[in-house]
Design a binder for this molecule. Sequence first.
Ligand code: BG6
Length: 520
Amino acid sequence: MTTSATQTGDGVAANPLRKGLAVNRIADPCNVVFFGASGDLMKRMLLPAMWNLRLGDILPANYGIVGFSRSEFTDDAFRALMKESVDQFSRTGPAKEPLWSDFAKHVSYVSGDFDDVNCFHKLREALEKNDRELGTGGNRLFYLSTPPSVFTSIIDQLDKAGLGPRDDKTGWSRIIIEKPFGTDLDSARALQAEVSKVFEEKHVYRIDHYLGKEPVQDIMALRFANVIFEPIWNRRYIDSVQITAAETVGVERRGGYYDNAGALRDMIQNHVMNLLALVAMEPPVAADADSIRDEKFKVLRAIRPIDRTRVTLDTARGQYDEGAIAGKPVPGYRQEPDVRPDSNTETYAAVKILIDNWRWADVPFYLRSGKRLAHKTSEIAIRFKSLPHRLFGEAGDALDNNVLVMKIQPEEGISLRFNAKVPGPRMHIRSVSMDFNYGTGFGVVSAPAYERLIGDAMRGDATLFTRWDAVETAWEIVMPVLDRWLDTPDESFPNYSAGGQGPPSADRLLAMDGREWRRI
Ligand code: BG6
């Protein structure tokens, strides 16, 4: 049974916007098993997230954390490694005693091969021991943070070792699957076929960490907890929508993975499509996971297929050359480690999407994502239509369109651009901005996405996880573009400088529609 607590944390009473909030929802007693526990994601994100869930009183009193991977560790050696990772990567700074020693008692480790059923029997024994000693109640959350190539064998072995899904009086088992869920439509379907042999959809939590970001969750609140936006949230008032996920980093140490992926697979098919679905979906009939995910799926289904001709007209791709980020010289993509020197992989992708339904007919959604761009910025910008009739403004005054921007990162907030009279005797008009920032508004720093998502999976709330039908549809949307880009290498690569705004072809894409990208 899920319990909820109403204790308030530090600073809550001081901020009137947070007064009276029930802050923490505590999950059932359970074990969380991390496959790939010696990997980078575990060190940088997952274990620090568990520690901060503990600090935030979101973990239940009875919990176990079990690492599983091929590397050999004793429980103590694994705990020491995890302490280093918390000290280095936790948003709350180095681990403090005596809390760490108490937390460490809940952490253990099983080493083994992902295709050896005996190792999964060992895992089962470790979980049963935790049930007895830590009171974890037979509940199990398995987190696959391994390379996707071993997802299927882990699921098979879980099943064979009797660790498959359950939801009865002996407890529950759920599985979190990291991205990428497949590398194309066929491989995603093949993976889903394997997953669904063992786990029903209600037990599967496909992670898209963008959905755990606070401002992304606020898209629904903005739309459906206010009366003023929804009446104008349609083709009568909206001119176009731009969704941007721009990064300054290059491929870092992930050249081997990225060179077989590219920006369309890595960012657009999942993160950016999820943003699009939240902005464009119809109001759900209720706030539960499936009602929301039904609407996200429906709007993705209404996206007009991008046929081969449209790939040429309505998409743009780029690859970064050397350049400078924050004044420091950086190498070009083809010079990065583990990248082919003649690589044709795109590090920038832009796509124009049209949604064939009553709300959005003829409103273009321009999506773009790229690495080594001028700034790290993720945002959704809704541009409203021009005034039907100009009444005010002296000659030379530009009456800009209204723009509502949902800022996802690094700044988290909402800003509305509108026109105002310049003080003085003349009727001069200038465009001004009204800004709301979550941090200063609510007086809190948002928790990293993984904290929210792991906590939700422990509580059995799948709202912020992607359902299979949406994953499949998102692959269907991008496949023609991926296929065409694979068949036709872009001879202009590299075609944008690191630290810039992206390739000229992306500007042409919007110029053809008489529009411009917002500056990154
Ligand atoms: C990941 C991609 O899913 O998201 C990375 O694989 C990318 O290539 C990252 O850098 C971006 O996430 P964030 O939260 O930094 O915007």
